[in-house]
Ligand binder design. Structure first.
Ligand SMILES: *Cc1c(COP(=O)(O)O)cnc(C)c1O
Length: 357
């Protein structure tokens, strides 16, 4: 496989999935596997399913269409995570079994197309319990639900919320209670039993582990902790998971001893930043054939000791190899762990190949 590439270790991915799925199952919670950061890669999707997720979720309808057409598994429920665009409603009805929603106008449009396609489209109504990204404000939920219940081809299956995305708000007793109480009110006042409370994303897993989620929460939508084995609240390793499920491999195209200090009058670099270089003396410097088109600079961590990332341009990653003790030469490659942002960029870059191991 040509460089640069992402090595995906499916065994480790399945193991991570099983760990999260089993933890959740102990609390009566189902896990929906999130594929948006891997551009709905088919092998990853299959590994998540092997690990026991009950369905797959993605924020892009194109990715769900791709999964629907290529998975050859009609029974796997597909969920659209990003609240739909009015201009994509037809595809949403076609490719998503369930979508997350917060706008009545959009839900009505979904109903129209669902009628046309003679299907029932399921929705989870998102509630903003504090993070201030998507969601109906709690005070408005009852009124919206009343309207939604009038629609023949929309089935409201639950309430959901998203946390730790915009405001960085963590799951708490208070914000989870908002969902639970709304579910009860919908039951008591509107005589509708909702089957799902979709309580959040990876950020709910630390609380889950401490058995701190209310029993009514019965679904989580999980990407990062499964894919990268991280506790997303502090980015520490999540217990009993692997962090090296995805490794970026990039090839050395130049290796030379160079003075650490640039020579000449200093201005901004190509990205409008002014590099302040504190190192001095002669350093062993490598250039790797991968750049900001493919990775996020701050999201890479070298696997080998003695490799230090210096900087990156669109197409070059510059590393200091002075402290690298092994033999290395042009044409060799180096490996890096990725954070969520770097994984997202790499998996969506058309220049990065994918190697399943
Ligand atoms: C991205 C996303 C998730 C998954 O988030 P992770 O932190 O990767 O677990 C869940 N729900 C929604 C609505 C999302 O957009």
């Amino acid at each position: 496989m040509k460089n640069p590439k992402i090595n995906i270790n499916l065994k480790k991915l399945i193991a991570n999935t099983k760990e999260v799925v089993n933890l959740a199952a102990e609390e009566g919670i189902e896990v929906v596997g999130v594929t948006k950061s891997v551009c709905a890669n088919l092998e990853v999707a299959k590994a998540l399913l092997k690990g026991g997720v009950v369905g797959l979720a993605d924020s892009r309808i194109n990715n769900l269409a791709y999964l629907r057409e290529n998975l050859k598994l009609d029974q796997v429920p597909l969920m659209l995570l990003r609240i739909p665009m009015l201009s994509e409603i037809e595809q949403v009805v076609k490719y998503a079994d369930v979508s997350l929603n917060s706008e009545l106008g959009i839900i009505r449009a979904l109903d129209e197309f669902a009628k046309e396609y003679e299907v029932i489209h399921e929705i989870i109504l998102m509630v903003d319990v504090g993070d201030r990204r998507e969601g109906v404000m709690p005070d408005d939920v009852m009124q919206v639900v009343e309207e939604v219940l009038q629609l023949d081809n929309i089935k409201l299956i639950g309430l959901g919320t998203n946390l730790a995305c915009f405001g960085g708000v963590l799951p708490s007793d208070e914000n989870m209670k908002v969902l639970v109480e709304l579910k009860e009110r919908i039951n008591n006042e509107l005589d509708q039993k909702l089957k799902i409370i979709s309580g959040g994303n990876s950020s709910s897993l630390p609380r889950l582990k401490e058995r701190g989620l209310p029993p009514e929460v019965n679904q989580l939508r999980v990407g990062e902790t499964i894919l990268l084995g991280r506790n997303v609240i502090n980015r520490e390793p999540f217990p009993n998971t692997f962090q090296d499920t995805f490794l970026l491999e990039a090839e050395i195209i130049e290796l030379k001893e160079k003075p650490a200090q640039p020579k000449g009058k200093i201005g901004q670099n190509a990205f409008g930043e002014e590099e302040i270089i504190t190192k001095s003396g002669v350093r062993k410097r490598g250039i790797l054939a991968v750049g900001r088109q493919d990775i996020v600079l701050k999201g890479l961590a070298p696997v080998a000791r003695g490799v230090k990332i210096e900087s990156a341009s669109s197409d070059h990653l510059i590393v200091d190899l002075t402290d690298y003790r092994k033999n290395i030469t042009v044409g060799d490659s180096l490996k890096f762990e990725l954070n969520y942002a770097a994984l997202l960029r790499a998996m969506t870059s058309p220049y990065v190949n994918i190697d399943i191991i």
